[in-house]
Design a protein around this ligand. Structure first.
Ligand SMILES: NC(=O)C1=CN([C@@H]2O[C@H](COP(=O)(O)OP(=O)(O)OC[C@H]3O[C@@H](n4cnc5c(N)ncnc54)[C@H](O)[C@@H]3O)[C@@H](O)[C@H]2O)C=CC1
Ligand SMILES: CC(=O)C(=O)O
Ligand SMILES: [Mg+2]
Length: 579
C-alpha cells in the first residue's frame, strides 16, 4: 500500500487503498463503489469485479473499454447545445468518473480547456448556485473558524495523503469580480482540473477549498438560491484570523501540501503571500504564475525583436494583483540582464484607473508604490479632465513603450489610436492584453495585428484563433498562467520543495519560453496548448532541479526527468479488489 492512500471507512470520498501492483483495494460495495468518482469505472467493471464488489445486477450487461466509453462521452459532449452546457456536462462527468473525465479532457485538450477553464468557467461560476448539484471539495466558513480542522478531518485523509490545496476567497474571480462561494469552489476545482490534465497531478491527492468570507455581490445576496454565507464580505482582523486558521489547519493536517492561492482581491493577495511564503510551500497564481508566463512570452518576443530585456520600456495597464506581479518578474529579468533594481523599475510605467501612478498620489497600494513615477518627471504632461490623471494614450505617446501589458479588465482599452501610436514608435510592439474572460480583454489580436500592419507581437489570456493578415498567419500564444502553474506544482510535488522560490519561478518561465519556436514569421511566442503535457513535464523538471540547487528539495533527485514521469498520474483504469 502506498503511503499516500489508506483504506477508508464507508462513505469517505476516497474509500480505497492502492496495492503495490497499482490495483485498488476497497471496503466499499455496490452503489458506494459506483458513487465514488475515483473508483467508478461504470460499464468497464469486469465480471469478476462486479461479483467481488457487489455490482451484480447494478450495471448493464456490456463490459466496455475506456476507449469505447470515451467515444460515447465525446458524442454526448458534442450534443450539448452551447459552451456552458458542455461545461456542466463535463462537471457532471468528473463527479461520476474521474478517469473517464481526464481521459476525455486529455484526448481533446485544446478543444476542452476553454470549456472546463478560461473563458467558459466564468459563466459556470456566475451560475454556480443555480446549477449546483453536488459539493466539490471543502467549504470553510468565516462564521466558524473553529470548524476548519473538523471540515478537513471529514475528508477522511491522512497527513501524507495530500500534495496540493487550491484555495480561493473569490473576491476577484478572473476579471468578473466577487462571486462568493461559487467563485471559490468553481475556480479551485477548475484550476485543479488543469493541474491534472496538464501535469498529471494525482486527482486523489488534491483538495479544493472555498473560503466563504461572505460576498459584496448584491446579485448573490439577493438570490434566494445562493448557497453561500448570506452576508457582506468580512475584512480586517477577522479575515486575517480566518486565513491564519486555514493555513494552520491545512499545514497541520497535510504537512506536505503546497498551498495555492487563487483570485484573491488586491488588498489581500500580496499580503497573504508575503505572510506565509517564508513558512510553507505556497504560491499565488495570479501574481507569480501570471508573472512567470508573461515573462516566458516576453523572452520569446525578445528573441523575435532583438531588443534585450534591459532595453525594454514597459507600460502596465491595470496595476493590480496580476499587473504588479508581472511587473515584478519583468523587473527581475531586467536586473538579470544587467540593470540595477532602480534602473529596472524606471523602465516600467504603471497605469490604473486614476491614470499614470505618480509618487504624489494618495491612496496607492503598498505594492504599487515602487512603480510610482516621480511627479516632477511628468509635471508638464497633459491630464485628462475625467480623473485629472495622465491617461494611457498620453503615457504611450510620451514613453514610446516597447511593451504594453493589459491586466485592467477594461474591455477595449487598447484603442486603435493608442496601438497605432505605439506601432509608429517601435518596430515590433509587444502587446499582451491578458485580461480574462473574453468580455474583459483590452483588445482582440486581430485588431492589434491590423492596426500595427502585422508588426505587433501578441499574446492573450484567453485562447484565440490564428489571425491572417497580409497573406501571413499569426498564431497567438495563450499567456495564461495555466501554461505554467501545473508544471510548477508538479515540480514542487516531485521535489517535495519546502518553499516556492523566485528562482523556481524563473526556472519555470525560462523552461516554457525555451519551448516556443519563434523563428518563423507569425509564430506563437508560447508553446501550444496541445503540447501542455510535455510543457508541464519540462517545467516540472526545471523547477525540481532548481529546488534541489537551492537546497529546498526534501527528497533526493538523482533522475528528475524519470521522477517527474513516474509521478504523472495517467487516466487509466486499475483493477479494483474488494477487501
Ligand atoms: N492571463 C492570465 O493568466 C491572468 C489574467 N488575469 C487577468 O487580469 C485581470 C486583472 O486581474 P487581477 O490583477 O487579479 O485583478 P485586480 O483587481 O487585482 O487588478 C485589476 C486592476 O485594474 C485596475 N482597473 C480596473 N479598471 C480599470 C480601468 N478602466 N483602467 C485602468 N485600470 C483599471 C484596477 O483598479 C486594479 O488595480 C483580470 O481580467 C484577470 O482575468 C489575472 C491573472 C492571470
Ligand atoms: C487566469 C487567471 O488566473 C485569472 O484570470 O485570474
Ligand atoms: Mg486567477
Amino acid at each position: 500500500m502506498s503511503p499516500g492512500r489508506r483504506a477508508q471507512p464507508k462513505g469517505t470520498r476516497h474509500g480505497f487503498a492502492e496495492n503495490p501492483d497499482g490495483s485498488y483495494a476497497t471496503t466499499g460495495r455496490g452503489l458506494e463503489v459506483l458513487d465514488n468518482p475515483l473508483l467508478n469505472k461504470g460499464t468497464a467493471f469486469t465480471p469478476d469485479e462486479r461479483e467481488e464488489l457487489g455490482l451484480y445486477g447494478l450495471l448493464p450487461a456490456a463490459v466496455e473499454t475506456l476507449d469505447r466509453q470515451a467515444r460515447r462521452a465525446y458524442a454526448q459532449y458534442l450534443a450539448q447545445p452551447d459552451d456552458l452546457r458542455k461545461n456542466i456536462y463535463l462537471t457532471a462527468l468528473q463527479e461520476r468518473n474521474e478517469v473517464l473525465f481526464y481521459r476525455l479532457l486529455g484526448d481533446h485538450l485544446p478543444e476542452m480547456l476553454p470549456i472546463v477553464y478560461d473563458p467558459t468557467i466564468a459563466r459556470a461560476i456566475e451560475g454556480y448556485s443555480h446549477e449546483y448539484r453536488r459539493p466539490q471539495g471543502v467549504y470553510l466558513s468565516i462564521d466558524d473558524p473553529a470548524g476548519i480542522r473538523r471540515a478537513f478531518a471529514n475528508l477522511g485523509l491522512g497527513p501524507d495523503d495530500v500534495d496540493l490545496i487550491v484555495a480561493s476567497d473569490a473576491e476577484e474571480i478572473l476579471g468578473i469580480g466577487d462571486w462568493g462561494v461559487g467563485g471559490g469552489a468553481g475556480i479551485a476545482v477548475g484550476k485543479l482540473a488543469v493541474y491534472t490534465a496538464a501535469a498529471g497531478v494525482d486527482p486523489a491527492r488534491v483538495v479544493a477549498v472555498a473560503l466563504d468570507v461572505g460576498t459584496d455581490n448584491e446579485r448573490l445576496l439577493n438570490d434566494p438560491l445562493y448557497v453561500g454565507n448570506r452576508h457582506s464580505r468580512v475584512r480586517g482582523r477577522r479575515y486575517d484570523d480566518f486565513i491564519d486558521a486555514y493555513v494552520s489547519a491545512a499545514t497541520a493536517g497535510f504537512p506536505g501540501a503546497m498551498l495555492h492561492w487563487e483570485d484573491f482581491g488586491p488588498s489581500n493577495a500580496r499580503r497573504i503571500l508575503e505572510r506565509y511564503t517564508g513558512r510553507v510551500a505556497t504560491f499565488n497564481d495570479d501574481m507569480q504564475g501570471t508573472g512567470a508566463i508573461v515573462l516566458a512570452a516576453m523572452l520569446g518576443a525578445v528573441r523575435v525583436s532583438g531588443t534585450p530585456m534591459r532595453e525594454q520600456r514597459i507600460v502596465v495597464f491595470g496595476a493590480g494583483t496580476a499587473g504588479i506581479g508581472i511587473a515584478d518578474q519583468l523587473r527581475d529579468a531586467m536586473v538579470r540582464d544587467g540593470l540595477t533594481p532602480q534602473e529596472a523599475v524606471r523602465r516600467i510605467w504603471a497605469v490604473d484607473r486614476q491614470g499614470l501612478l505618480t509618487d504624489d498620489m494618495s491612496g496607492l497600494r503598498d505594492f504599487q508604490l515602487p512603480y510610482a513615477r516621480p511627479a516632477a518627471e511628468v509635471a508638464g504632461w497633459p491630464r485628462e479632465a475625467r480623473e485629472d490623471g495622465i491617461g494611457l494614450g498620453e503615457v504611450v505617446g510620451r514613453v514610446r513603450p516597447t511593451m504594453l501589458l493589459g491586466t485592467s479588465t477594461a474591455h477595449g482599452a487598447f484603442t486603435e489610436q493608442i496601438v497605432r501610436a505605439m506601432a509608429a514608435a517601435v518596430e515590433r510592439p509587444v502587446i499582451f492584453p491578458i485580461s480574462n474572460p473574453t468580455s474583459r480583454i483590452e483588445a482582440m489580436p486581430e485588431d492589434l495585428i491590423r492596426w500595427s500592419a502585422g508588426r505587433a507581437l501578441v499574446a492573450t489570456g484567453i485562447p484565440v484563433a490564428p489571425v491572417t493578415h497580409g497573406g501571413l498567419t499569426y498564431t497567438i500564444g495563450q499567456a495564461n498562467n495555466a501554461l505554467l502553474y501545473p508544471g510548477l506544482g508538479l515540480g514542487v510535488i516531485v521535489s517535495r520543495a519546502r518553499r516556492v522560490s523566485g528562482g523556481m519561478l524563473q526556472a519555470a518561465a525560462e523552461a516554457v519560453g525555451a519551448m516556443a519556436d519563434v523563428s518563423a514569421p507569425g509564430a506563437s511566442l508560447l508553446p501550444p496548448v496541445a503540447d501542455l503535457r510535455e510543457v508541464s513535464a519540462t517545467v516540472a523538471v526545471a523547477v525540481a532541479r532548481r529546488a534541489a540547487a537551492e537546497d529546498l528539495a526534501r527528497v533526493d533527485l538523482p533522475d528528475p526527468v524519470q521522477q517527474v514521469q513516474d509521478a504523472m498520474w495517467q487516466p487509466r483504469y486499475r483493477p479494483v479488489r474488494g477487501v
